[in-house]
Design a protein around this ligand. Structure first.
Ligand code: CP
Length: 302
């Protein structure tokens, strides 16, 4: 593994390796990458992803190089490719990129340092999926036959896409629940009603309505919660052991009743905490060279 762009490319073993490494980082973080630099290039707003990358890098002993597009030479017309090559030339060991284009990384094919996708338009958000998987693993210890319902604005969600690919690789039973117009038919995943999703799932993964990616105004927020969101009444019908995830930021009172955001089923703030460990694991895996780690992992699990 040289770059971390899509969960579609990850094997069962690679996903488990990252989860196990993240658990090790959580218990005993180590500054193993001293002397390295990471360039964090964010072209879309972010709180969780950007800040947890900075914390993860700092905990690993890597110096984060901040980037503001407005004060960079991209404001003078420099391309993403030339910007990436510039960071590479001045000594960055790693690029972390979030961009509104679904496939921005195609432009960076000739960049030789590792690149991490921190969010690509409506495409993928693989580091979010890894922190979600870590959170599920901590709860259930396995993914095989786990019932995971992904509910909300599937069509515009890079979180849904990255999670669905990885969960299917891991043997989970994935279903989608979406309002009309929010479906994505490119996946071979069954659709169920929000009521059925809530009643049958082990994990309910809610999604934010991606207003910024809609061509025109979508649902009225008041009716959306009642029709397609996690209401107090639907929460009462969930299985006792079922948990609720949401990548955040949360539209409180839209995808989920605000009172449920910090309720006992919710792992929303746990996900954010796990984002640091998952990102530490991904960075150290890339910088240490995947092949050696993969061989060790296979030996241990044969
Ligand atoms: N979940 C997530 O990607 O949040 P941010 O947009 O705040 O990074």
């Amino acid at each position: 593994m040289h770059h971390f762009i899509s969960t579609r490319e990850l094997s069962f073993a690679s996903i488990h390796h990252i989860i196990k490494t993240a658990e090790t980082m959580r218990k005993k973080p180590e500054s193993i990458q001293n002397g390295h630099f990471a360039a964090n290039l964010f072209f879309e707003p972010s709180t969780r992803t950007k800040m947890s990358f900075q914390v993860a890098e700092t905990k690993l002993g890597i110096a984060p190089l901040d980037f503001q597009m407005e004060s960079s030479s991209m404001a003078k017309g420099e391309s993403l490719y030339d910007t990436a090559r510039t960071y590479e030339a001045i000594g960055a060991d790693l690029l972390v990129v979030r961009h509104a284009c679904d496939d921005w990384y195609d432009e960076l094919a000739d960049v030789s340092i590792p690149i991490i996708n921190a969010g690509a338009g409506k495409g993928e958000h693989p580091t979010q999926a890894m922190l979600d998987l870590l959170t599920i693993y901590q709860e259930f210890g396995s993914f095989k036959n786990l019932n995971v319902a992904i509910a909300g604005d599937i069509k515009h969600s890079r979180v849904a896409r990255s999670n669905a690919y990885a969960l299917m690789t891991l043997g989970a039973n994935v279903c989608f629940a979406a309002a009309p117009g929010f479906e994505d038919d490119s996946f071979d995943v069954p659709y169920v009603s929000m009521d059925e999703a809530c009643e049958t799932c082990d994990v309910l993964m809610l999604l934010r309505i991606q207003h910024e990616r809609h061509a025109q105004a979508s649902y009225q927020t008041t009716s959306y919660l009642a029709d397609y969101g996690l209401t107090m009444e639907r929460e009462r019908r969930m299985q006792n052991h079922a948990i609720v995830l949401h990548p955040a930021p949360v539209n409180r009172g839209v995808e989920i009743d605000s009172r449920l955001v910090e309720e006992k089923r919710s792992r929303i703030f746990k996900q954010m905490e796990n984002g640091v460990y998952a990102r530490m694991a991904i960075i150290s895996t890339l910088l240490n060279g995947r092949s050696a780690i993969y061989e060790n992992f296979t030996e241990r699990h044969q």
